[in-house]
Write a protein that binds this ligand. Sequence first.
Ligand code: DAH
Length: 337
Amino acid sequence: MLDEIKKIRTEVESRLADIKNSDGVENFRLDYLVKKGSIQSLFDRLKDVPKDEKPLVGKELNLLRSFAEENYKSLKEKFENSKETISELDLTLPGRKEFTGSHHPVLQTMREMNEIFIKMGFSIAEGPDIEDEYHNFDALNFPPDHPARDMQDTFFIESENKLLLRTHTSPVQIRVMKEMKPPIRCIMPGRVYRNEAINARSLAEFHQIEGLYIDKHVTFAELKGTLIQFAKKMYGENSKFRFRPSFFPFTEPSAELDITCFLCGGEGCRVCKYSGWLEIAGCGMVHPNVLKECGIDPEVYSGYAFGFGIERVTMLRTGIDDIRLLYENDVRVLEQF
Ligand code: DAH
């Protein structure tokens, strides 16, 4: 029996010396350390050993088992952490990219526009998305038969007090002027709704930033200066702008601000309807009727107002030429910004 123990010991030693990887370690365990392995089968035969030899044989067997177990353990550890195992990985594989979230491009634009106006001394005011006809139309000097009031443009809510989804952010002007005393210098960002057919240029739900400045002796020159200053900060010093006479019931005189088309650089294309210009804001001097309606004396105070479409500004900055892409929220589009 002692000879057999010796023989297995020599076998174990040479097997250990040959082990080169974790598969070799596992095969060693299966051959020697499991219940049916060769060391345990020697233990099984211990009962047949004559009594006086038992202590010595038992001791030798225990030594053999602990020798095999200790070496097994240390080799197992070695190969688990060793280069041998790591080299089985392909270290040239690129890492997995984490998807990081970001703000929606429309929100990014809105925040950047807010930031520029805040630096120019404007503060931020907000109003409700569900408005009434008075704030959305009447107080803004829309005549009772104005086509914008039509069901085709406005989402009315069935209610006693003529509620509707605001069609522009201008009603917030009314709320601000009724609440505050001049001087007033505010911007009013928010979502607006129109019953429009959805296509590449228009959505039924979009965003605007309204602006309002009321004080003594405010002039149209200040309006122009402020908007050009803002637009240069937003689009770069070299961008070209023009003011074009227009009409809004709540401003007199009224104008629209155009910027050179981002796609064709002014040559004329599909996006700018071959004019070379894109409209980015409506503006004008607040109509005396509107001031009066809000309890501000038009003989003492004057002011200007403006309204930007935020989606339009976002399209100009990102080069997105279909407004629907801003609404569908396809991650493949959004993750680019
Ligand atoms: N509310 C107008 C619209 O939705 C935009 C606008 C034009 C706002 C002129 C103004 C303004 O404050 O002065 O088309």
